[in-house]
Design a protein around this ligand. Structure first.
Ligand code: HEC
Length: 162
């Protein structure tokens, strides 16, 4: 009986510490000190590209000048689906402020994150750092490709592109 109690206490502590994206931790920890790649690495967990993220955007063409129509689309989406958690300056609300976000990430990364949020939260090292600071998992906002591209253009405008 005592043994069972000890076990329960241990399990509870583990649950508390693993709260917040913790499901990924055991896998990451088990790789520490493991220099050889596991044989099924390419199958279950294909190599993650931290520059582009994972999702349907692999190559986004961006002109030097802003596209005003895209900016308008992006602004609408922002007001409706993002402004509740993201400010346009560098202050954190629920999520990080968007100032300089286009300097921190490539367009592919941002658009993949906006459309394939769950998978990227699980895989991206930078997002995992943010998750630990914000303590909230960004919910998938179900936006389409056009909205995602508009958002990126709106972010460029916010970062001073003319
Ligand atoms: C319920 C709150 C919430 C909403 C709504 C939300 N986000 Fe987020 N967002 C977050 C949090 C929290 C993070 C930090 C990562 C994490 O903890 O999941 C984040 C991170 C991000 C990042 C990475 C920022 C950086 O500096 O690395 C981008 C880009 C982003 N969100 C885009 C969007 C877009 C686009 C929308 C609207 C379509 C949106 N978010 C709506 C909470 C939210």
């Amino acid at each position: 009986m005592k043994k069972l109690l000890v076990l329960c206490a241990f399990a509870a502590t583990f649950l508390i510490y693993s709260c917040g994206g913790g499901e990924q931790k055991p896998a990451a920890e088990s790789q520490v000190g493991n220099t050889s790649q596991s044989s099924d690495a390419g199958k279950e967990n294909p190599v993650y590209d931290p520059e582009r993220g994972s999702g349907r955007f692999t190559n986004v063409e961006v002109a030097d000048k802003l596209d005003p129509a895209m900016v308008t689309t992006g602004e609408k989406v922002y007001n409706l689906k993002c402004s509740g958690c993201h400010k346009l300056n560098d202050e954190k609300l629920v999520g990080p402020g968007w100032k300089d976000v286009t300097k921190r990430h490539k367009p592919e990364w941002i658009m993949n994150f906006a459309t394939n949020t769950d998978e990227m939260i699980d895989k991206d090292p930078k997002v995992q750092v943010q998750l630990e600071l914000c303590l909230v998992r960004m919910p998938n906002q179900n936006i389409n490709d056009e909205a995602a591209r508009g958002i990126y253009e709106y972010m460029r405008k916010n970062d001073g592109v003319k």
